[in-house]
Write a protein that binds this ligand. Sequence first.
Ligand SMILES: Cc1cc2nc3c(=O)[nH]c(=O)nc-3n(C[C@H](O)[C@H](O)[C@H](O)COP(=O)(O)O)c2cc1C
Length: 201
Amino acid sequence: MNLLAIMGSPRKGKATDSLVDKAIDGVKSHLPDCSVNKINLIEHEIKFCRNCLACRDSKTNEPVAKCSIRDDMDDIKEDVLNSDILIFGTPVHMGYATAVMMTFLERICWTFAKPERTVLTIKGCPLPRSDKTRKAIIIVTSGIVPPMYRKFCDWATDQIKGVVKDSLNGNIVGDMYAGDIEHRGVEHYFNKAFNLGKKLV
Ligand SMILES: Cc1cc2nc3c(=O)[nH]c(=O)nc-3n(C[C@H](O)[C@H](O)[C@H](O)COP(=O)(O)O)c2cc1C
């Protein structure tokens, strides 16, 4: 079983990073032999999607279409392909996933999906290129907005959910919003993240 954790905070060792680690501990508590690969996106060269549409319009039958950009996403896409379970972590920056997480998600969007789903009357929506399913969890942190006001501060969870479902054929088994970290402290959410990780098993 291969666990891939995608960490989208620009700060290593801080709130999001530590909750992702707790979730990994939760997975390991049930699956000690699980192989763990954690990617701190900020440490990688991930260029912006340029909307060339080479990936979207590719007719390949491979699970991932080729991107015209050469950078660390070449290797990261292999890691995603090889993964069986996924953890996503991001702080909210102005209510949304961080720029580094969004850059990653944009690069995943049409490389892992083809434009063959019809939603309502809209043709050309993303359909995963592969039938392989992956369980996923999402961890979102915020500085000052407490959980009771999550709906005013967390659009990041839905941003990630969209790509996980529509491009990665993912099955989201849980998510958490660790709000008001500045006052509550991240430790307040350690158990929740640990238990969320266990849901992946
Ligand atoms: C540009 C920017 C925008 C932010 N926007 C929000 C926000 O809208 N609401 C909020 O509660 N915290 C906001 N924060 C605070 C972060 O969400 C908070 O510090 C988070 O816990 C950081 O996670 P980290 O420790 O993993 O980096 C923002 C921080 C930055 C740098």
